[in-house]
Design a protein around this ligand. Structure first.
Ligand SMILES: Nc1ncnc2c1ncn2[C@@H]1O[C@@H]2COP(=O)(O)O[C@H]3[C@@H](O)[C@H](n4cnc5c(N)ncnc54)O[C@@H]3COP(=O)(O)O[C@H]2[C@H]1O
Ligand SMILES: Nc1ncnc2c1ncn2[C@@H]1O[C@@H]2COP(=O)(O)O[C@H]3[C@@H](O)[C@H](n4cnc5c(N)ncnc54)O[C@@H]3COP(=O)(O)O[C@H]2[C@H]1O
Lengths: 141, 141
């Protein structure tokens, strides 16, 4: 209870706004998505449709799995496939970035949580790093 | 202070022992390492030498960067390169899995922490998930 109250005072620091979040589009080719993930270095990023609606998440293994169909590395299929063909559409999301109990619970199993409005607008993400920073500060004070 | 005391009581749950941690060897080919990372789905894993000494960490971007040298996907170089050629040897490690203050501080920037003895033996890892589970329990009690 004390932790929630303290964290509530710092709530404005949790949300990383959509403008600062790397994403890919549902209709991007897997070749393009592969290059984006490789150069950015993030292990998993949100996928959007029509530029601003949340659609799911994409990780590198979802793409490399397509390259290893015959147990040798073949990249030729990537041009014909899109992010929509492999993305994860079943991910947990939150629509209230201030519901810390739910957020702390979900961050046990997820590296980050997409914040999505009722109308499916992609608002931003909440990361384990932001939560750990706050909990660290709390533990020292 | 209260948090550290509480967490200390649960300390036996933090360390994931080396036997349960997926790793690659310094001399594995990048083709082999690519397949291991793709099939396991972990974004980053420890690298060991002589089977049991900690050597560094390997992530998929370290491998895919080699495939994108000419801005198109070329996998032919992977057979001739080893994990040692691309791994990250500068990672934070801890040798005391019960120094919670240091662990909480380092888990702000790292997804997991390798636990390594003075003699460089790879003992296991401490993950953000394990820390989040404990902090979640603390917040509810
Ligand atoms: N370019 C960078 N600069 C500084 N530190 C970096 C970094 N890339 C990774 N890290 C560190 O590594 C952690 C794991 O990153 P990962 O990409 O696996 O996992 C990330 C990634 O999947 C996603 N993510 C974070 N920031 C993002 C962004 N701006 N755009 C898209 N996805 C993001 O959220 C996950 C958790 O992020 P979190 O910050 O908690 O945790 C990050 C952060 O502590
Ligand atoms: N097979 C699986 N089963 C259940 N949940 C899974 C999973 N793979 C990933 N996750 C979930 O996704 C988080 C991020 O995984 P990631 O592979 O990016 O990042 C992982 C990975 O780089 C490494 N890691 C965790 N367990 C490992 C293991 N057994 N062997 C090697 N590396 C491991 O530590 C990082 C943080 O792990 P953490 O558990 O905190 O956080 C994990 C966990 O909550």
């Amino acid at each position: 209870k004390q932790i929630s109250t303290f964290l509530m005072q710092n709530k404005r620091h949790f949300l990383i706004p959509a403008s600062q979040v790397a994403t890919v589009q549902v209709d991007n080719s897997l070749t393009h998505a592969f290059m984006v993930l490789s150069k950015l270095g993030y292990s998993r990023i949100p996928v959007v449709r029509d530029d601003a609606k949340f659609a799911g998440e994409l990780s590198m293994p979802m793409i490399t799995e397509q390259m290893l169909k015959l147990d040798e590395i073949d990249t030729s299929c990537l041009d014909q496939m899109t992010v929509a063909d492999v993305m994860d559409e079943t991910v947990n999301t939150v629509n209230n970035p201030y519901d810390l109990e739910e957020i702390m619970h979900l961050l046990v199993d997820d590296n980050f949580l997409p914040v999505v409005s009722e109308a499916q607008d992609f608002v931003g993400i909440i990361t384990r790093r932001e939560m750990m920073k706050s909990l660290n500060f709390l533990a020292h004070n």
